[in-house]
Write a protein that binds this ligand. Structure first.
Ligand SMILES: Nc1nc2c(c(=O)[nH]1)N=C([C@H](O)[C@H](O)COP(=O)(O)OP(=O)(O)OP(=O)(O)O)CN2
Ligand SMILES: [Zn+2]
Length: 145
């Protein structure tokens, strides 16, 4: 797995957890500006997820590292992203661009974290699509419920 230094979100929570994982997926970007990316092609995506909080759960975890990975990896590994119900080929805000994929991942993760009594928060999704291209998604305050 690629090791690298990530941008760090500013916060004052006691704990910050980071989970790295990778998955393989195919996609296409259904717009003429996407050039060759209009055609179906694949990537090994590399993700780094940052979760923060002040309280640990009964296991002594902020959240289980594996739970963070599973939320994304089980759903998207070896899939065509465009076929997932999260995406919509008719709406640019929901095309599986790196930007939108990173935002959708945040939504999936935070929705799950909202169910936990210790209320962890996902502050950053770093998503690398190619060796030379990545996106960092950071939610605004109003994105949290
Ligand atoms: N802002 C965005 N631009 C592009 C996206 C995107 O998601 N957001 N996606 C693509 C393509 O899907 C492509 O897979 C990645 O593009 P690119 O960085 O051009 O890939 P290369 O490996 O060919 O980059 P080089 O640096 O030229 O090797 C396009 N743009
Ligand atoms: Zn691509």
């Amino acid at each position: 797995m690629m090791q690298q230094i990530y941008p760090a979100p500013a916060h004052s929570y006691r704990y910050e957890l980071n989970k790295d994982f990778q998955f393989a997926a195919a996609h296409y970007v259904p717009h003429e500006e996407a050039g060759a990316c209009r055609r179906l092609h694949g990537h090994t995506y590399f993700a780094n997820i940052t979760v923060v909080g002040d309280e640990l759960n009964e296991s002594g975890f902020l959240v289980n590292f594996q739970d963070i990975k599973n939320l994304i990896h089980k759903r998207f590994d070896h899939t065509v992203l465009n076929e997932d119900s999260l995406f919509d080929d008719m709406d640019p805000n929901h095309f599986p661009t790196t930007e939108a994929v990173a935002r959708k991942f945040w939504e999936v993760i935070q929705e799950s974290l909202n169910k936990l009594p210790n209320q962890p928060r996902c502050l950053q999704v770093f998503l690398r699509e190619t060796p030379t291209s990545y996106v960092v998604f950071r939610p605004r305050k109003e994105d949290f419920q």
